[in-house]
Design a protein around this ligand. Structure first.
Ligand code: GRG
Length: 304
């Protein structure tokens, strides 16, 4: 967004993001096999929601955080898929008429458009529950205490104290008169918690100390807020062809965003500051955290 940020070389990050996205797609395909019988329709809708599309940024963060502690990819990839299942469920439900009422997601019809509303609700529900089944499976980690910790982390990040809570505040925001701290809290809960949890889970899989888990989590929260502000900027500056979803929606709805409060330049500056701040949390890892440093820059320079 500013020159210092846009000039940074993100080639290492981009090739690793592509590799992790491909591995995530293959693993999700394996974890969500089609089933025969009348219930097959909901599994088809789950596969439609979870496969083919998405940047897979959250899986990337879980794997790259795990790499800091030499976590075997087979394990971090399972945690990554669990988070992506929760993310995909949230998109399916967010697109429903009762929420954002969107027709386009990832460049394709939304799940309730392709199937129907009831199927979309069920597909979201089933993706959410399947995520916990994946984490609870010994293939994710042989130590049951580690698995329990992963389950608790994802539950907290995605429930009323995290993403769902943020979505609730967002739905009520028009009548709440939030100040800037309130808006930050909304976005931290809605977007930041699920981004941060992948970073935390990578560290937990690597038996990191609580202090280090927290460092990774702080990186994720700052990066998540930067990512969300960049999303608000893209809603103004980008097109549906680039993002694969409707743009211009915030302004049309008179929505309170960092762009409406700070203006485009102010919002971009804040996103850049947060991306740099995110990287500072990883200073103690030195060059080993280069990929995560680049991911924070990507969050604010991306076009979709
Ligand atoms: C319905 C419980 C519930 C929560 C909805 C995720 C969410 C909360 C709403 C989606 C709308 C939105 C703008 C959320 C902010 C987070 C965000 C930018 C999501 C899109 O994530 P990307 O860009 O999407 O990583 P892809 O398609 O690349 O995976």
């Amino acid at each position: 967004m500013n020159n210092a940020v846009s000039a940074s070389d993100l080639s290492l990050f981009k090739s690793e993001l592509t590799a992790i996205a491909e591995a995530t797609n293959a693993e999700l395909d394996r974890l969500l096999p089609p089933v025969a019988g009348p219930e097959g329709r909901v599994v088809d809708a789950m596969r439609y929601a979870a496969l083919d599309g998405g940047k897979r940024l959250r899986p990337f963060l879980a794997c790259a955080a795990g790499d800091l502690f030499d976590v075997p990819r087979a394990r971090s990839l399972r945690a990554a898929c669990a988070i992506e299942m929760v993310h995909c469920y949230s998109l399916v439900h967010d697109d429903l008429p009762a929420m954002d009422d969107d027709d386009l997601r990832r460049g394709r019809p939304t799940v309730h458009r392709k199937y129907d509303e009831a199927t979309a609700i069920l597909a979201g529900d089933a993706l959410l529950t399947e995520a916990f089944a994946v984490l609870a499976d010994p293939a994710t980690h042989p130590d049951g205490a580690v698995r329990a910790s992963l389950v608790a982390e994802l539950a907290r990040a995605s429930g009323a104290a995290g993403m769902v809570g943020g979505q609730m505040i967002d739905l009520a925001a028009a009548t709440l008169n939030l100040d800037e701290a309130g808006l930050k809290r909304l976005q931290n809960l809605k977007t930041g918690c699920l981004i941060a949890v992948g970073c935390r889970m990578g560290a937990i899989l690597g038996a990191a100390s609580p202090f280090v888990v927290e460092q990774l989590g702080q990186y994720g929260m700052d990066m998540g807020l930067a990512f969300q502000i960049a999303d608000d900027v893209l809603d103004v500056e980008s097109t549906a062809a680039e993002t694969g979803k409707a743009t211009g929606k915030d302004a049309a709805a008179g929505k309170d965003t960092f762009v409406s409060r700070l203006g485009l330049e102010g919002a971009k500056n804040l996103a850049n500051t947060l991306a740099l701040q995110a990287g500072n949390h990883l200073a103690s890892f030195g060059k080993k955290a280069q990929l995560l440093q680049q991911a924070a820059m990507f969050a604010v320079t991306r076009r979709n």
